[in-house]
Write a protein that binds this ligand. Structure first.
Ligand code: HEC
Length: 167
C-alpha cells in the first residue's frame, strides 16, 4: 500500500515536472532565438541512488545493537519456531526464553551435543550474534541444523527480541 502510494507520488511529480517543462518550453519558443538555453531544460535530478547505502556500510556490533528493533526480531524468530519454544519447554532445540545471558548448554533435560561450548560460556549478545551468523561454522558438530542469518540487522533485532522475553 505504502509502496503503491510512493510510486504514484513519484509518477505524479514527474508528470507535473514534464508538463511544466513543456509549458515553459513553449513560452520560450514564442520569442525565438533561444535555442541554446533549451539544452539545460531536461536535466532531471534523481536522488533514488542513495537507498542502499545503509546496508553496505559496515557497522560495529555495539552500534547495531543500540538500534535493534525487538518488534522486527519477533518476525525473524519465525525461522526458529520450528525447533525452539519460548514457553520454557524443549522441542527439537532447547527453549529460548531467557537465553540471553544464560549459560551455554544449561537447559535441564535437553540432550546437547556439547558442540556449542566451542562458542563460549554464556550466551552474551556478542556470542549469539556470532553463533547465529553461521551455527555450523562457529560450533562445528552442533545438532542445530540451521543455515544461519546472514543479515547483521536481523541478528541484532532477534537478540533484542529474545532479550525482551526475560520479563
Ligand atoms: C532445525 C532445528 C533448529 C532451528 C531451525 C533452529 N535451531 Fe537453535 N538449536 C537447535 C538444536 C537441535 C540445538 C541444540 C544444539 C546442540 O546441542 O548442538 C539448538 C541450540 C540453540 C541455542 C543454544 C541454546 C542453549 O541452551 O545453549 C541457541 C541460542 C539457538 N539454538 C538459537 C536459535 C535461533 C535464534 C534460531 C533461529 C534463528 C534457531 N536456533 C533455529 C535446533 C534448531
Amino acid at each position: 500500500m505504502t509502496i503503491t502510494k510512493a510510486v504514484g507520488g513519484v509518477c505524479g511529480a514527474l508528470l507535473i515536472f514534464l508538463l511544466g517543462n513543456w509549458v515553459a518550453e513553449s513560452l520560450y519558443s514564442v520569442g525565438g532565438g533561444h535555442g541554446e538555453e533549451h539544452a539545460a531544460a531536461y536535466v532531471i535530478e534523481t536522488d533514488s541512488g542513495g537507498g542502499s547505502a545503509e546496508e553496505e556500510e559496515p557497522q560495529d556490533f555495539e552500534t547495531l545493537m543500540a538500534s535493534a528493533d525487538a518488534g522486527a526480531g519477533e518476525r525473524v524468530f519465525g525461522k526458529c519456531r520450528a525447533c525452539h519454544k519460548i514457553d520454557g519447554s524443549n522441542a527439537t532445540g532447547p527453549h529460548l526464553d531467557g537465553v540471553v545471558g544464560r549459560e551455554i548448554d544449561a537447559v535441564d533435560g535437553f540432550n546437547y551435543s556439547g558442540a556449542l561450548e566451542q562458542v563460549g560460556d554464556v550466551w552474551s549478545p556478542e556470542n549469539l550474534f556470532h553463533f547465529l551468523e553461521n551455527p555450523r561454522e562457529s560450533a562445528p558438530g552442533t545438532a542445530m541444523s540451521f543455515a544461519g542469518l546472514k543479515s547483521a540487522e536481523d541478528r541484532v533485532n532477534l537478540i533484542a527480541y529474545l532479550d525482551s522475553l526475560d520479563g
